[in-house]
Design a protein around this ligand. Structure first.
Ligand SMILES: Nc1nc2c(ncn2[C@@H]2O[C@H](COP(=O)(O)OP(=O)(O)OP(=O)(O)O)[C@@H](O)[C@H]2O)c(=O)[nH]1
Ligand SMILES: [Mg+2]
Length: 349
């Protein structure tokens, strides 16, 4: 059976099997769910890092730096570059790939671009499932690059263990995004292009804003002036909104083109990973992720059941005229369709 062979190939770390499995999942072709299901016990060892931020912030350049840094540390790295805004930025995406693949005559690095929503579900579900494949394959670090700071990118960031938000000095994005409430999702903030003027100020702005959100002044004091996490006395800083042992998102200056500050970023990432493990937060996030995935798969299956394996389409087509003639509301029609599907299922089951 093809699914068994693919699963076996992935366990044996065969790249062609991985590539085939990814397109199976992306296209939602028959067997993709059984494949993911068969691999379930091999999933859960990788550390997943979401890198998100506005267009052109330097995310791909930074991802390249992270690949190099992790390779130096002997880690294998899988990368997914997601671009939901395609086809318009198809060119940029290709540029990304070529640039990023400069890091990859190395079999310990695997890079995949995803420009389209998978046939099987939303982009975030599909991205997550492709991550699962990379995880099962045995990549130790998985980087997921997404463009933008909208709802769908955040959904993708939420499928990672650690979310990194990349901003730049110029646009005042930092403060804007904070005001819009977007930035709370990040565990680590990066002000990239720090070789340009204004980076320090944006860093300070972000730190102040993060502090204010939690009702703490002076959170921007350098970390070594504060007690470490893990309880103990935190003096006047121990305001209720930030319990002892909680994570304080660092703001890191980088210049990805020069490769500067990227070791600090890797340090912060690894520190966050340790924090997640120590605090039980990793378990909690994984649990939440599995719950969300299960719900999404149920939704997807029900949708398919209704629209592809029942007479719902027929009812819809025949009922539409009555709605247009004003004999029914769309709600009544929907109700009829759901009732018909229910009956059909009750008989078919
Ligand atoms: N000055 C400066 N330029 C940078 C830095 N990092 C990246 N760039 C440049 O910024 C441009 C965009 O870089 P990318 O890495 O493609 O940015 P991105 O965020 O991945 O872009 P999209 O994926 O298209 O949103 C390129 O011209 C980079 O060379 C940096 O640290 N300093
Ligand atoms: Mg990019």
């Amino acid at each position: 059976m093809q699914v068994e062979r693919l699963a076996e190939g992935i366990r044996k770390r065969e790249i062609p099997a991985l590539a085939r499995a990814i397109s199976l999942v992306e296209n939602g072709r028959d067997g993709f769910e059984s494949l993911l299901s068969a691999l379930h016990e091999d999933i859960g060892r990788a550390y997943r890092i979401g890198v998100t931020g506005p267009p052109g912030a330097g995310k791909s350049t930074l991802v390249e730096c992270l690949i190099r840094g992790y390779r130096k540390a002997g880690k294998t790295v899988g990368v997914i570059a997601v671009d939901p805004t395609s086809p318009f930025s198809g060119g940029a995406l290709l540029g990304d790939r070529i640039r990023m693949e400069s890091a990859t005559s190395d079999p310990s690095v695997f890079i995949r671009s995803m420009a389209t929503r998978g046939a099987g579900g939303g982009l975030s579900t599909t991205a997550r499932e492709v991550c699962d494949l990379l995880d099962a394959f045995g990549f130790e670090r998985i980087l997921i690059e997404t463009v933008g700071v909208g709802q769908s990118e955040l959904a993708i960031a939420a499928t990672a263990d650690t979310a990194v938000l990349v901003l730049v000095p110029e646009s005042g994005d930092g403060v804007q995004a904070l005001k819009a409430g977007i930035m709370e999702i990040a565990d680590i903030y990066v002000v990239n292009k720090a070789d340009r003027p204004g980076a320090e100020r944006v860093k300070r702005d972000i730190e102040v804003m993060l502090g204010i959100r939690r009702g703490q002044a002076y959170r921007h004091v350098a970390p070594h002036h504060r007690p470490e996490f893990g309880g103990g006395e935190r003096g006047q800083e121990a305001e209720p909104a930030a319990p002892a042992g909680s994570w304080e998102p660092p703001v890191i200056l980088t210049s990805a083109v020069k490769g500067e500050g990227t070791e600090l970023l890797i340090e912060a990432l690894e520190k966050h990973r340790e924090y997640l493990e120590r605090s039980g937060e990793l378990e909690r996030r994984r649990r939440e992720r599995i719950e969300r995935l299960t719900r999404e798969v149920v939704d997807r299956t029900l949708r398919q059941l209704v629209w592809h394996h029942s007479d719902a389409e027929v009812h819809l087509a025949s009922g539409l005229d009555r709605v247009l003639r004003g004999e029914r509301s769309p709600y009544e029609l929907a109700d009829e369709i759901v009732s018909a599907v229910r009956k059909e299922m009750a008989h078919g089951a």
